[in-house]
Ligand binder design. Structure first.
Ligand code: ADP
Length: 166
């Protein structure tokens, strides 16, 4: 049986830290679904869900058919059941991620014991890479090109470009 895992997150936008986790997960699972969490009422992201999906698709083309990209809303464990995945992948950076991730993993197990959460750590090069920080730095004109795929970098530069005076 194929081992299918869901890597869920906001991916607003996808970073090289996320991509590192996807590459590592491909070494363990046969198929990865990168699932963009989207809640119409609460989503205050910089990019729309459709834009995030397009950027992720562009960034994972090398992985071929083993990685697919989707959007989901509602409970993650219910989404896992719908797509017949038995694993959730989460990335851990510093200790600061741990408390929240641990709570989520326990809650997800409580809701659906068939789905197991797996934690992975990215390369130390991306230890401090977070979408939130990348957006903040990019909005102030800082260079984040080493931390995000080229398509995301272009999108960030465009989004934060200063309007030209006429
Ligand atoms: P972020 O916290 O960057 O806004 P997301 O909600 O998109 O992230 O994250 C999805 C998952 O990827 C989470 O488990 C998060 O901890 C993990 N993750 C994000 N960036 C990294 C990174 N640089 N290294 C390891 N894991 C990461």
């Amino acid at each position: 049986m194929k081992r299918k895992a869901v890597y869920a997150g906001s991916f607003d936008p996808i970073t090289k830290g996320h991509l590192d986790i996807i590459t590592r997960a491909l070494g363990v699972f046969d198929e990865i679904i990168v699932a963009v969490a989207h809640n119409q009422a609460k989503d205050t992201g910089l990019f729309t869900a459709a834009e995030r999906v397009a950027m992720i698709r562009q960034a994972v083309t090398d992985a071929g058919a083993r990685v697919s990209v989707d959007v989901f809303s509602g409970l993650l464990v219910e989404y896992c059941d719908r797509v017949q995945a038995t694993a959730i992948i989460r990335g851990l950076r510093a200790v600061s991620d741990f408390e929240y991730e641990f709570q989520m993993a326990m809650m997800n197990r409580h809701l659906n014991a068939r789905v197991e959460t797996y934690f992975m750590t990215a390369s130390e090069a991306y230890f401090y890479t977070a979408s939130r920080l990348v957006k903040e730095v990019a909005s102030l004109g800082g260079d984040v090109s080493a931390l995000v795929p080229p398509g995301v970098h272009r999108a960030l530069v465009e989004r934060f470009a200063k309007p030209t005076r006429s």
